[in-house]
Write a protein that binds this ligand. Structure first.
Ligand code: NAP
Ligand code: GDD
Length: 336
């Protein structure tokens, strides 16, 4: 039985990936923050249904020793390093902790694997934010990086560090350069989930308005369940390579808003307040990925389209706020 370790198992992607690995017969281990063990109902809400089938270990991304000890005990076959401060907007507020957590955390995991389990296959959660505002569209693995946020810079450095471990030490270490992917498990601070929650709550008479920033920003949105499948595929290949994962279709925030409110039986124009506090110091205006290498090399393609994604998120939030979502009041604020 293959042994896999997932950092960030409590997040959106970590939860879907853990399900996928369990289905494929893996022994699954997750790294969580100490506080998650103290407040499982809220901090581990995305993995409550599989807690009896995964083994959790507490560690801090800021502590090399804590990660080293877990890897020394486990000597995993595959490592999926997903843990990160992942909210771009917040990275402008706390540049230092974002770069420190995201870059040092990756460095610690890679270094410990090099010492203790050099045969372990390593996946790094890279991001389309590395492209920033490059004038080339769509973006692929050869597109130059030009990140526009501390978060993007941390992910660019992580991709380069991973490449360097591959080239310098011969490790099977790869980065997925993933474009935005969403689901009903998306954190409530990200724009898609903020919109689906608002559409649900307004349609149920629980709120009246939604406050958003730049509606013209365009993203290439896919479904998280499809994207974790790509992560797994990357570690099953003969040769380690980086891959762009995307749908190749781009839509604006306004398009998402319109589709979500329409699904909830609403006209977004009657509820929208544009609020400049949600604008970013440096915006990434448009992202669109070219996943041809993944299609040809991994046999990967997305299975969930834009409308299906929006409808799943809105329907899920309507169920949640109608009291059919299984969470107690107050637990939704941090995402379901
Ligand atoms: P997410 O839902 O925000 O999950 C992030 C995970 O990282 C959570 O498990 C979180 O733990 C953990 N984490 C954050 N800070 C940590 C710290 N200081 N120490 C230990 N753990 C920490 O993110 P996601 O959407 O699943 O994304 C997974 C990864 O892919 C991230 O690295 C993200 O940057 C990257 N990515 C995401 C997308 C996307 O569109 N979703 C696209 C490209 C790349 P807590 O639950 O305890 O906070
Ligand atoms: N969060 C948020 N809140 N974004 C808003 C809002 C708002 O009220 N109003 C407009 N936006 C715009 C942002 O300015 C951005 O252009 C776009 O909506 C998407 O924002 P997010 O959903 O926060 O995602 P992101 O694209 O910045 O980052 C996500 O995708 C990256 C991959 O491209 C995150 O998941 C990152 O971790 C990931 O790497």
């Amino acid at each position: 039985m293959k042994k896999a370790i997932i950092t960030g198992i409590t997040g959106q992607d970590g939860s879907y990936l853990a399900e996928l690995l369990l289905e494929r017969g893996y022994e699954v281990h997750g790294v969580v923050r100490r506080v998650a063990l103290e407040y499982p109902r809220s901090r581990m809400r995305r993995i409550l249904h599989i807690l009896d089938r995964v083994t959790l270990h507490s560690a801090s991304l800021e502590s090399y020793a804590s990660l080293f000890n877990i890897i020394a005990d486990l000597r995993p076959d595959e490592c999926y390093h997903l843990a990160a401060q992942s909210f771009v907007s917040y990275s402008f507020e706390d540049e230092f902790s974002t770069i420190q957590t995201n870059l040092n955390g990756t460095h610690y995991v890679l270094s410990a694997l090099k010492r203790l389990a050099p045969q372990c296959r390593f996946y790094f959660a890279g991001s389309s934010e590395v492209f920033g505002n490059v004038p080339v569209s769509p973006q692929n693995e050869d597109t130059p990086f030009h990140p526009r946020s501390p978060y993007g810079i941390s992910k660019m450095a992580g991709v380069e560090l991973t490449r360097n471990y591959r080239e310098a030490y011969g490790m099977f270490a790869v980065s997925g350069i993933l474009f935005n992917h969403e689901s009903p498990r998306r954190g409530a601070e990200f724009v898609t989930r903020k919109i689906s929650i608002a559409a649900a709550r307004i349609s149920l008479g629980l709120e009246r308005e939604i406050r958003l920033g730049n509606l013209d920003a365009r993203r290439d949105w896919g479904h998280a369940r499809d994207y974790v499948r790509a992560m797994w595929l990357m570690l099953q290949q003969d040769e380690p390579r980086d891959y762009v994962i995307a749908t190749g279709r781009t839509r604006s925030v306004r398009d998402f808003l319109d589709a979500a409110f329409t699904r909830a039986g609403l006209d977004y124009r009657e509820h929208l307040v544009v609020d400049e506090t949600f604008y970013r110091p440096a915006e990434v205006h448009e992202l669109c990925g070219d996943a041809a290498r993944a299609r040809d090399g991994l046999g990967w393609s997305p299975t969930v389209g834009f409308r299906e994604l929006v409808h799943e998120m809105v329907d899920s939030d309507i169920a949640l706020f109608s009291g059919r979502g299984g969470l107690a009041p107050g637990e939704w604020e941090v995402g379901s």
